[in-house]
Design a protein around this ligand. Structure first.
Ligand SMILES: [Zn+2]
Length: 171
């Protein structure tokens, strides 16, 4: 299924530096997934502010999207929604190898930046609850995140960076 670009016409905006305009977003993205998390079929909705800047336009705002995943311990299906920050710069004819989005001076295609924001905000390995005991707590007791971190830290021994600090006299 082809996806239409999400075009914002900014030719009027670019007549004056610092000029701003709200741009509302309400689109269906193709399904996106990261590890076990994926987007739902709900539309991605939000609002960004387009602002005319030197040689381009800045885009700042957020989009809300629905996601679902399996709990990494008990595999229970869980779902929710997340606000993903959109914070991008578009420059007229930006070099292809630069991190900055390029545009023709008139139309921004916001689809790739919305997609990137959603991808970056999908939960990587969520838990249904911080105290989830897993599918069989008797045989496989689960640790909370804090317990797991404390255990890993104890096994790793003291952090060498702290050892170096101990030699310093801070007085
Ligand atoms: Zn769980």
């Amino acid at each position: 299924m082809g996806r239409r670009p999400l075009l914002a016409n900014v030719s009027d905006l670019r007549n004056r530096l610092g000029q701003r305009r709200d741009f509302s977003i309400d689109i269906d993205l193709e399904p996106l997934s990261v590890i076990s998390s994926r987007t739902t079929a709900d539309p991605v909705v939000g609002m960004v502010v387009l602002e005319s800047i030197e040689r381009g336009v800045s885009v700042l705002g957020s989009v809300n999207f629905g996601w679902e995943s399996e709990c990494r311990r008990c595999l229970k299906v869980m779902s929710g929604s997340i606000d993903a920050v959109v914070d991008e710069i578009f420059q007229v004819n930006a070099p292809e190898d630069s991190e900055i989005n390029s545009f023709d001076g008139e139309h921004l295609d916001l689809l790739p930046v919305v997609r990137d924001a959603v991808m970056a905000s999908l939960p990587l390995s969520p838990l249904c609850s911080e105290t989830c005991q897993g599918p069989d707590p008797e045989r496989f007791p689960a640790l909370t995140t804090e317990e797991a971190e404390a255990k890993a830290a104890a096994e790793a021994g003291p952090d060498p960076r702290w050892a170096a600090l101990e030699g310093l006299n801070l007085d």
